[in-house]
Ligand binder design. Sequence first.
Ligand code: AMP
Ligand code: ZN
Length: 466
Amino acid sequence: MEIFDTKQRKKVTFSPEKNNTVRMYTCGPTIYNYAHIGNLRTFVFEDLLRRTIKFLGMDIFHVMNLTDIDDKTIKGALEKGVSLKEYTEPYEQAFLEDLKTLSVEKAEKYPKATEFIPEMIKMISELIDKGNAYRTDDGDVFFRIHSFDDYGALSHLKMDDLEVGKSTRIDSDEYEKEAATDFVLWKGYKKERDGDIYWESPFGKGRPGWHIECSCMSMHYLGETFDLHTGGVDNIFPHHENEIAQSEACSGKTFVRHWMHSEHLLVEGKKMSKSLGNFYTLRDLINKGYSGREVRALFLSSHYRTQLNFTFDGLLAIRKSLSRLDIFIERISESKGEVVLETESFEKQFLEAVQDDLNTPVAFAVLFDFIRYINGRMDEQDIDTKNIVILLEKWENVFGFIFTKEKEEIETSILEAAEKRFLARKEKDYTLADTMRKLIEAAGYTVEDTKEKCLVRKKENYASDK
Ligand code: AMP
Ligand code: ZN
């Protein structure tokens, strides 16, 4: 398998260091709000990586953290007047539900920062003892970046270019490359900022910084050196650079063998932001009538290292492709012939695509070429489709969207109401159509009007938006 290694800036051949088991760490979400579709693109990329590793015959031990201590979670909890746990828990649940909606496989572990305070304190103490970290009069502890020779190696930052001495420290967790300075490991308690949220430590009351959380949790589960560390491109600096510095300064060993990062998702060509009105959660899309399967397929239709421009037209084009796929699946399940078709060349092309740094656009093309080819042959003769189904089941392990989920059980009265709405719309009786929609929605379903029929789906699978 070839992967693009961020640090080496090139494709390299990948295999796990030990026992055919890939040890992989993924920076998870900050659970202060619902994840947006940009975040979810990155999590689907990591799921694709995980599934491909297994598809290629390796085992995986995958850890994804859930950031429950940071400026945003603390602010949210204080504003709402609830504990940190009460504040973050609903977002944790919502996130896990989103992953399920997108057919993302479960990681082996989902640790949270609040569960690792003693381990983080121990690591910070070690860094102080080794001279890599220092305390300030405010009760903060900082990592001294000039104590670590390799600082900047991941993000290709030249230490000589930094204006060292101007501002020597930064205590916010996220900042730009130009502001590369000593970064915070432990934030001393400040009542106006932290309310009653703090932990006791040898450096005084306070709480850990964001970067140390990931170093601690990854090494706890995966060892001082592990195979793969992933995230979105915005994680490269400062987060991952800082993770490397503090982990390697502590252990004296290479922290991570390979780094992989996925590019950002844009919406209609722009950065997603609330003020531009182009900010979407998965729930927003579900409420608009799209499915997790469609969103997943859209994410996988582009390569993870190219920016994905999310558009509703793109999503509708995916819907069309998926309906072609569904018709094909139905067709092969009904075919009862005896002629067996060779599928080897498609199998080989698919394998080569996913082995080549997860080239899903090519894998997509192989899937649809395959459908075209088999459809053509089925037009000519009756074929035995057993080997075709077996191949699609194999590919499904990577794609996760080939087969439709089981059909939802929808009550007869709702299906009748949907049919009535469809006919009423056709006859332009909008009063009746509206009454039917209200009736359907009141029963917990969403309505989508298409040319052929009025589609209803259960709403209860998805927690309502804020
Ligand atoms: P956060 O909750 O902000 O820590 O982000 C969770 C994950 O989403 C990280 O891996 C980020 O790199 C990634 N991410 C943030 N914004 C985007 C975006 N617009 N497109 C793709 N990934 C993103
Ligand atoms: Zn992280």
